[in-house]
Design a protein around this ligand. Structure first.
Ligand SMILES: O=C(O)CCC(=O)C(=O)O
Ligand SMILES: [Fe+2]
Length: 262
């Protein structure tokens, strides 16, 4: 999967632009895009990406993906199916760890909407003025990330940014906001960002396991008690996503807007 991505990003711009995302389709459009320019004057995102809509199969149209890298489309389809299985296994383990029925979180999320985003961060002449990808938490249920050996991902822990050592053969699990809501905060979504450097390009592939826009997400009643009052309001996932796109992450967790005053 990383090889396919790298071959794409190293291809001539005119080839890549044949698969550019359509800005008219909004921020969630599929295809090749670039955030090398700031949309305001504060933070620069120094990142090229390719976003694939992979599940449910009705959204999956491999003709929208590169045709000039041999094996690209088959690789993405295979990877999509494998990552779905792995994400579901992990959600089962998480459910069981909380004494919920194994399929609890999977069912609470409903039909999976999976997107796969390859990010390519080229070397940046002034890394102190830019971020590869600004601070955010992922909005869906769970994200599986693979990366090369360059490093650049950081997670926020106790107010400090900690670098994540890149494990080129590992799959990094990033819990996302809906899992935090369903588990009443027992599992927390991770605030993370990507930084860039002057010398090395970096490639990562994030596979997002998200609910459908119409799915209602609520906290498992089994996890609400006197010691653990309900933390978050119920939310329709589509409304959650729109509020992120209208306000932007700005380093603050989108999920905090749902906090119930205790
Ligand atoms: O490039 C990375 O390591 C992070 C990517 C990421 O967080 C995302 O696409 O949501
Ligand atoms: Fe992320």
């Amino acid at each position: 999967m990383r090889g396919a991505g790298l071959a794409f990003f190293r291809s001539p711009m005119e080839e890549k632009l044949r698969f550019a995302c359509d800005p008219a389709r909004g921020a969630a459009a599929e295809g090749y895009g670039s955030r090398m320019l700031a949309n305001d004057d504060s933070v620069l995102d120094w990142r090229d990406y390719f976003d694939h809509h992979t599940l449910p199969e009705s959204r999956r149209d491999p003709t929208r993906w590169p045709d000039f890298v041999p094996g690209y489309r088959d690789t993405v389809v295979k990877y999509s199916n494998n990552m779905k299985d792995l994400a579901q296994k992990l959600l089962r383990i998480i459910s069981e760890s909380l004494n919920l029925p194994p399929s609890y979180i999977e069912e609470a999320v409903g039909e999976v909407y999976q997107n796969i985003t390859i990010s390519y961060y080229s070397p940046c002449p002034q890394p102190d003025l830019a971020l590869g990808l600004q601070s955010h938490s992922d909005m869906g249920a769970i994200t599986l990330l693979i990366q090369d050996d360059v490093g650049g991902l950081e997670v926020l822990k106790d107010g400090m940014w900690l670098p994540v050592s890149p494990l080129p053969d590992g799959i990094l699990v990033i819990l996302a906001d809906q899992t935090e809501i369903i588990t009443n905060g027992r599992y927390k979504s991770a605030v993370h960002r990507a930084i860039v450097n002057t010398d090395h390009a970096r490639l990562s592939v994030a596979t997002f396991y998200d609910p459908s826009k119409s799915q209602k997400i609520w906290t498992a009643p089994q996890l609400v008690c006197k010691e653990h009052p309900q933390k978050y309001q119920d939310v329709i996932y589509g409304d959650y996503v729109s509020s992120w796109y209208s306000k932007g992450p700005e380093g603050k967790r989108n999920i905090d807007a749902l906090l119930i005053e205790q």
